[in-house]
Design a protein around this ligand. Structure first.
Ligand code: HEM
Length: 146
């Protein structure tokens, strides 16, 4: 994947505004509400069926931080996202048995969280760079399934 300097700048400058724990919890909360069947992978997290309590669930917060931590790591290695996430992809495939369609769903809710957070700062250019990054992220996480 080739990144223009503008795309890299758009991604890294908006990422700098992200709070990985808070925004990570919000992305997971949206995932669990909009796609409730994704809750089945997290039976150890306690009750995720009550909308009001999902985002304050400590397990969700801790996990959101881990997930966005990995996204941030990928952003630091934009020229090798696939290699950077190779082990994580294998783990989701072989150990966690996560249906890779769910990566698209999480990437999509993450874009919504960013758009909501950035408001007017989520310009068409920023949105396009993030859409491209989402595709790269999903492809990298899906790679270990082949
Ligand atoms: C664990 C990242 C999407 C299910 C993890 C971990 C990371 C991570 C960093 C912790 C790994 C470890 O500690 O060894 C990501 C990223 C995703 C993503 C970057 C996409 C952007 C998903 C999706 C699901 C999922 C969509 C299911 C719907 C899980 C589960 C665990 C896990 C069940 C183990 C949780 C636990 O028991 O602590 N993921 N993940 N992941 N992930 Fe993902």
């Amino acid at each position: 994947v080739h990144w223009t300097a503008n795309e890299k700048a758009a991604i890294t400058s908006t990422w700098a505004k992200v709070n990985i724990e808070k925004d990570g919890a919000e992305a997971l909360t949206r995932l669990f509400i909009v796609y409730p069947w994704t809750q089945r992978y997290f039976s150890s997290f306690g009750n995720l069926s009550i909308v009001d309590t999902i985002s304050s669930n400590e397990n969700v917060r801790a996990h959101g931080k881990k997930v966005l931590g990995a996204v941030g790591n990928a952003i630091q290695h934009l020229d090798d996202v696939k290699g950077t996430l190779a082990n994580l992809s294998k783990e989701h495939a072989a150990d966690l048995h996560v249906d890779p369609e769910n990566f698209k769903r999480l990437a999509q809710v993450l874009l919504i969280v960013l758009a909501t957070k950035l408001g007017a700062g989520f310009t068409p250019q920023v949105a396009a760079a993030w859409q491209k990054f989402s595709n790269v992220l999903v492809a990298a996480l899906t790679h270990g399934y082949h």
